[in-house]
Design a protein around this ligand. Structure first.
Ligand code: FUB
Ligand code: ZN
Length: 651
């Protein structure tokens, strides 16, 4: 494949909203260096290329051949959504083909073409496509909307097709997606064969994007129909599949976390296209309630292993935290749409926190092993049951939804960094690269150079833009940052953040430079006191990174016995040789000497006036001072198995 890469006239990434949003994605983005470039390089070199072989050995590709009747055998895998892994991989590979570093990757393009052909052959004449129902269920379609995942898979197919079309100009996969969408449109609707929706949302956001790609209004209407049919008991009324209550009146997020978040992403897309204020208000309300009451420090979402769902407000366990990697991906999708819709910085704060912590922990540093669940603690003496929900990294899963989800987000990450509007360009995330906005037809090109998250300094250079009128470069001040300085052309600029956006409105010329310095000393944070699981504990953060203790760095006693001395300062150390290069944080604390309690572990408090020992750090004669070493959470579980904890007791 030989392609030049002219600047596309419209945003080339996963979300291309119409005129109804406050902000628009940049028309082109390119991460050229620094932290995220490193993670994306591993994804491009190791993560994505291993996909076809893994999909072959797990049977996903054979299922397509069986559906096409070009092979003989029985359905492979345990789940009706095996096809979705193929589609997510196709989406990841397509974004990768569109990324600036990889045009002309002939081997990857050949794999995409080969697998696209398998998908095309498996599709039925009327547009239907789901290998589970075609092969294992004798073609009995739509008999189990609650669990069948047919439209969920269709959603992933559509997103792959849009990515393929936007990145490569290829129309084959888009044609498959359009045929399936037309089929769905002929079957689903109030007056049609089936009045219902899929128990796993995903098709809603995908159909809106297909509308954006093709201009076909029926897809937007179908997405709207699906969103509105949730919550009326059509699938039995369970929160699990978002059927207990309509989104418009729902008070807090509930049920299966990934399902909830994909549905909200679709609702935000709909609000963007239709201007539906009620739907936007529901999205804002649910996002705020989720963040205030159901979000782990890492941005992880989903408290329960049982049903992979949200817990009650403030029910945020550590060692049993579910925090599925897919939920982190879905959260980024939802929050980014909300950032574009409203222009508010808080949505990009959550994107940042999730990307650097709850999301990135999902893939090993070498790109070969994965976590499906992302706990905040693994106890000393942990017995791991293995399997998909293991707290140990795994090569692939029986339910392999998370790995290709990580691949597709990393491969499209450049589209989540910056946005543009009629006034200029906004930087949401700090990543070395080049971002091209479109200010009412005028290209704006700004490059960024930063060592973030290791340092809080980012330098921006105007590369291109109108010189005959002022425009605004906006920089987000992250939620964790309380102190910052800005220099424009080497001179300190007196600028204060409004709603955490620094607005630099100037007559800019190519070559103009802005330097932002965000103070990012390590700090301790505590949780809302209603989070019982971590009462009396603190966690270490530095900039956007949440830190954790791992037993490999803290030998000599179990992590369950460690107490941090919160009054002592934290210090940091740059460790280029450790885990790909990172900054560690050191704290002082104690290894708690536990007095013998006899056979019964419970007893009356030593001080009835202060039963939990909350007043001061108490050290007993048997306690030993300890130096504690913390590493970024995203890097945990990349060495030998052991204990880990994010939240550390203070007494
Ligand atoms: O049901 C499809 C996917 O499998 C969900 O999104 C994940 O939570 C896992 O259950
Ligand atoms: Zn998953």
């Amino acid at each position: 494949m030989s392609r030049s890469k002219p600047i596309p006239p419209v945003p080339a990434g996963p979300v291309r909203p119409g005129p109804g949003t406050a902000l628009r994605p940049v028309v082109a983005g390119d991460i050229t260096g620094g932290f995220w470039h490193g993670r994306r390089e591993v994804n491009a070199r190791v993560g994505i290329p291993q996909g076809p072989q893994l999909l072959e050995s797990a049977g996903n590709l054979l299922n397509l051949r069986l559906a096409a009747r070009t092979a003989r055998g029985t359905f492979q895998g345990d789940y009706p959504f095996m096809d979705s892994d193929v589609y997510k991989w196709l989406e990841a590979a397509s974004w990768q083909l569109g990324a600036a570093g990889t045009p002309g990757d002939a081997a990857l393009l050949a794999e995409v073409d080969r697998i696209t052909a398998l998908v095309t052959e498996a599709q039925q004449a009327d547009g239907y496509l789901n290998t589970w129902f075609q092969v294992a269920k004798d073609g009995r379609r739509y008999e189990d909307l609650r669990w069948g995942h047919e439209l969920y898979c269709a959603g992933h197919l559509i997103q792959a097709a849009v990515a393929h079309h936007r990145s490569t100009g290829g129309k084959e996969l888009l044609a498959v997606a359009v045929r399936f969408a037309d089929h769905m449109d002929s079957v689903f609707g109030p007056e049609k064969q089936i009045d219902g929706f899929d128990g796993h949302p995903e098709v809603e956001t995908a159909l809106v994007e297909l509308y954006r790609e093709t201009g076909e209004r029926r897809y937007l209407d179908l997405a709207g129909y699906f969103v509105e049919r949730h919550g009326h008991g059509l699938l039995g009324g369970e929160a699990y599949c978002q059927d207990r209550v309509p989104l418009r009146v729902q008070e807090n997020v509930e049920g299966h976390a990934v399902r909830q978040l994909y549905l909200l992403a679709g609702a935000a897309d709909l609000a963007a296209e239709t201007g539906d204020a009620g739907l936007l208000a529901a999205c804002e309300r649910l996002w705020a309630a989720m963040v205030a009451t159901k979000t782990h420090l890492t941005g992880g979402l989903g408290a329960h292993h049982d049903e992979e769902d949200f817990g009650d407000p403030y029910e945020l366990p550590n060692e049993r935290a579910y925090c599925e990697t897919c939920a982190a991906v879905a959260s980024v999708h939802f929050s980014w749409r909300m950032a574009l819709l409203t222009g508010e910085a808080r949505y990009s704060d959550l994107v940042e926190r999730t990307l650097f912590n709850g999301f990135l922990a999902g893939v090993s540093l070498d790109g070969e092993r994965w976590l499906y669940v992302n706990p905040l603690q693994v106890r000393d003496g942990h017995t791991d049951t293995g399997g998909d929900q293991s707290a140990r990294r795994t090569r692939w899963f029986r339910c392999a939804c998370c790995p290709p989800n990580v691949m597709r987000l990393l491969a499209s990450l450049e589209h989540y960094i910056a946005s543009t509007d009629a006034h200029g360009l906004q930087i949401h995330q700090y990543a070395t690269g080049r971002y091209t906005g479109d200010m009412a037809g005028d290209p704006l090109v700004v490059s960024a150079h930063t060592d973030f998250p290791w340092s809080g300094t980012a330098r921006f250079t105007v590369q291109e833009g109108p010189t005959d009128r002022p425009w605004t470069l906006s920089l987000r001040v992250p939620q964790w940052c309380t102190d910052y300085r800005v220099h424009v052309a080497g001179r300190e600029a007196a600028v204060s953040a409004e709603a955490r956006w620094l607005r630099l409105e100037r007559m800019w010329a190519p070559g103009d430079e802005v330097t932002l310095e965000l103070a990012m000393a390590p700090q301790l944070v505590e949780a809302d006191p209603r989070v019982d699981a971590v009462r009396g504990c603190v966690a270490i953060e530095r900039g956007p990174l949440v830190y954790c203790l791992e037993s490999v760095d803290n030998p000599g006693c179990g992590l369950d016995d460690i107490v941090i001395d919160a009054a002592r300062p934290l210090t940091e150390e740059t460790r280029p040789e450790l885990l790909g290069g990172l900054v560690t944080v050191a704290a002082r604390g104690y290894r708690r000497g536990i007095a013998d309690r006899g056979w019964w572990p419970y007893r009356r408090p030593a001080d009835p006036a202060d039963p939990a020992g909350t007043a001061v750090l108490r050290t007993g004669p048997e306690d030993k001072a300890a130096a504690l070493t913390a590493v970024p959470y995203y890097a945990w579980a990349n060495r030998r198995d052991g204990a880990m904890r994010v939240w550390i007791p203070t007494r």
